[in-house]
Write a protein that binds this ligand. Sequence first.
Ligand code: ADP
Ligand code: MG
Length: 242
Amino acid sequence: RKRCFRISTGSKQWDSILLGGFQSGSISEVFGEFRCGKTQLAHTLAVMAQMPKDRGGAEGKVAWIDTEGTHRPERIMQIAERFGLDPHTTIENILCVRAENSDMQHEVLCQLAEYFVTGEYRLLIVDSLMALFRVDYIGRGELNERQQKLNQHLSKLCKTAEEFNIAVFMTNQVQSDPGASALFAGADGRKPVGGHVVAHASTTRILLRKGRGEERVAKIQDSPDCPEREATYIITTGGIND
Ligand code: ADP
Ligand code: MG
């Protein structure tokens, strides 16, 4: 078995609840409302994955499937500067592909295997998993087909993580069902979209929510080896921080 590693988040609190960071060989999922910092965390991880191992990195390249058009090289450069990495080299080590629909999202993933065989890649980001699937399969009648396609996509993500010992990091949205939120009243009532297909594929699941002022809160909801603890964090020019 290939040796597992963890990629630091750039925040001491986050790293501490994750016992060092996001793990290779499996899928990790963060989910939460808009502006909770899912995409900012993705940018931070894309930099951290390139850091030396003794500073929480994996000394590897990063692949990024962008489904919402929210990848920003300028942000990568700013975060790289915080950690003393060369901004231009850091950008060059990130292979970002924009997917326009859910079929393309899956196709891009399949094509990335060509890059992963080189052994240089340590992190794969999918930001976000469900956005295109939710647009492409709208009706109730299409739900079965959507879940089938989604399952194929997630199986491939799992295999990719295991076969190449890559950390797969994906972001997800939450259900905006007013009935459900009234019923559960509170952050813990927020459910990620995608149903049990996604729940089954994600080895580690983390809920993000807004806290006091600029503060954000991350809470582990599902993990094979981390207790259900919370971390507070902020979003800065240099990425996720305490
Ligand atoms: P999500 O992907 O969860 O919808 P984002 O990761 O896009 O959310 O986070 C959006 C938040 O990040 C906003 O509150 C925004 O103010 C903050 N943000 C974006 N860029 C910066 C920056 N350079 N410095 C500080 N905060 C930033
Ligand atoms: Mg986002």
